[in-house]
Ligand binder design. Structure first.
Ligand code: AMP
Ligand code: MG
Length: 382
């Protein structure tokens, strides 16, 4: 894989430098290159030799005795020179330059290989390539790296009512939110996503589609069709397949779920309502992605925070995950505000959501009560 694409991927090989960096002795300042032996007799005035010494230009002319040449930062030190003086320390007078001292051999000279030596190990096999690593890899002449193959995830929405072209929306049709929304979740995990579109509520068509997906993907992700309706064929398939299981989980949202394996692929069938599918993604898909060796997103963090205002949970035997906003207040306390709209079709509240408040005890929760919070974003807002 090209180096510039490889951030956050894990190396399957140890990477070594193909070149020295710097590749030649060069100046570390804008200045004048000299041979320090020119100053041995106490002379401080040197003749200015031809050549500008621009960065990128190589001079093969040996610096003549008693002369000096201008060099810019990064420019090669001409053969014969062994030190550089800063421009600001040298005064120029009529074709000659006056130097303040005799100088030390090697001053303001970056030695060839003083950063990286050809053949030196830059990153070990198994390392995660982080943005900070790219500089040394690039400097060491690395253009491509072998990395862990990304997980291939196939995404399919199911439902006769779904439509992914807003201009074609007829009465009774629903915009396919989940494929876009789950696609966005997956994008931040750097997996390869294959979009399998929408499948109608047709058993044969669905079976064929899922079989195709299981042959092409490591993980098959579907939404819809796992509930109690007459057209919930993902559930029906799960009930007929040994390696799949249909669950009714004691949680809200996200009660129905299908999980297991279909042929060689892992399979997760999330519920259809957009919020239920997102919560299911957090709970059941993210942990699968986080177990991958090349994952780079921290797993969701379970924190404790004070409730901003009262909220309640009915005595329904389920764990409730409420959309909420976690902030750190001026006293550095974590305070969480539960959103008022919690129905599983209500996507708008997600815009002011960065966490899920986990409520297990039925009853009233008063302001300032400490609750458990599952952080869904990487950062906490202020
Ligand atoms: P289902 O479990 O298939 O009955 O879906 C439950 C609800 O979620 C229904 O109201 C569906 O219309 C809705 N739904 C299912 N899939 C999607 C989707 N991809 N985007 C938006 N809503 C959906
Ligand atoms: Mg459906």
């Amino acid at each position: 894989m090209e180096l510039r694409q490889a951030v956050n991927r894990r190396l399957t090989e140890t990477v070594v430098a193909s070149r020295d960096a710097p590749a030649f002795d060069c100046s570390s300042v804008d200045g004048w290159a000299v041979a320090t032996k020119s100053f041995q007799g106490g002379e401080r005035l040197l003749r200015i030799a031809e050549g500008s010494g621009e960065a990128g230009l190589v001079s093969d002319q040996v610096l003549a005795d008693g002369s000096c040449v201008k060099v810019m930062t990064g420019a090669p030190i001409p053969p014969g020179a062994d030190a550089v003086f800063k421009v600001e320390d040298v005064s120029v007078e009529l074709g000659a330059a006056r130097f303040p001292a005799k100088g030390q051999p090697g001053q303001f000279v970056r030695q060839r290989g003083s950063d990286i030596r050809k053949g030196q190990v830059l990153l070990e096999q198994g390392s995660l390539i982080e943005p900070w690593n790219i500089a040394s890899l690039a400097a060491g002449g690395v253009e491509e790296v072998e990395v862990v193959k990304p997980l291939v995830v196939g995404v399919l929405s199911t439902g006769n009512e779904l439509c992914d072209d807003v201009s074609q929306l007829e009465d009774g049709k629903t915009i396919d939110v989940n494929r876009v929304s789950l696609g966005a979740q997956l994008a931040s995990h750097r997996v390869d996503v294959i979009d399998f579109g929408i499948c109608g509520d047709n058993e044969t068509e669905l079976f064929e589609k899922l079989t195709e997906m299981s042959g092409k993907c490591d993980l098959v992700l579907t939404t819809g069709g796992v509930s109690m309706g007459d057209f919930d064929f993902v559930k029906k398939l799960a009930l007929q397949t040994d390696t799949l299981k249909w669950f009714q989980l004691a949680m809200k949202p996200g009660k129905p779920l299908v999980a297991g394996r279909l042929n060689r692929a892992a399979f997760v069938g999330l519920p259809g309502n957009p919020v239920s599918s997102l919560v299911g993604f957090e709970m059941f898909v993210r942990p699968i992605l986080d177990r991958r060796p090349d994952h780079q997103i921290a797993p969701p963090k379970l924190l404790r925070a004070k409730l901003h205002a009262c909220t309640q949970k009915p005595d329904d035997g389920k764990v409730h995950f409420k959309r909420a906003l976690l902030v750190q207040n001026a006293d550095n306390d974590l305070v969480v505000s539960v959103h008022s709209m919690q129905d599983s079709h209500q996507t708008m509240g997600l815009n002011s959501t960065n966490c899920l408040v986990k409520l297990t005890r039925p009853g009233m929760y008063e302001p300032n009560v400490v609750v458990e919070v599952l952080l869904c974003e990487d950062l906490i807002r202020r």
